[in-house]
Design a binder for this molecule. Structure first.
Ligand SMILES: [Zn+2]
Length: 65
């Protein structure tokens, strides 16, 4: 008998495209982050972890994934 493996489906794993409110740089972040995410261009904080989902400080342009 062959043992079947069940693929574990990630619960609502999403990505969001955020625009930095300071320099308008667009950046894609994971919505379930564990650490603070800063803008790669200017260093402004754009998201921080908040009880499972990210608290976004920039402008959310798109959510996908
Ligand atoms: Zn920025």
């Amino acid at each position: 008998m062959r043992k079947t493996t069940n693929l574990v489906k990630m619960p609502t794993s999403k990505f969001a495209r955020i625009m930095c409110r300071k320099c308008r740089n667009e950046q894609v972040i994971f919505t379930k982050i564990a650490t603070v995410v800063v803008c790669q261009k200017c260093g402004e904080e754009i998201a921080r972890p908040g009880g499972g989902e990210a608290i976004v400080h920039g402008k959310v342009l798109e959510i996908f994934g």
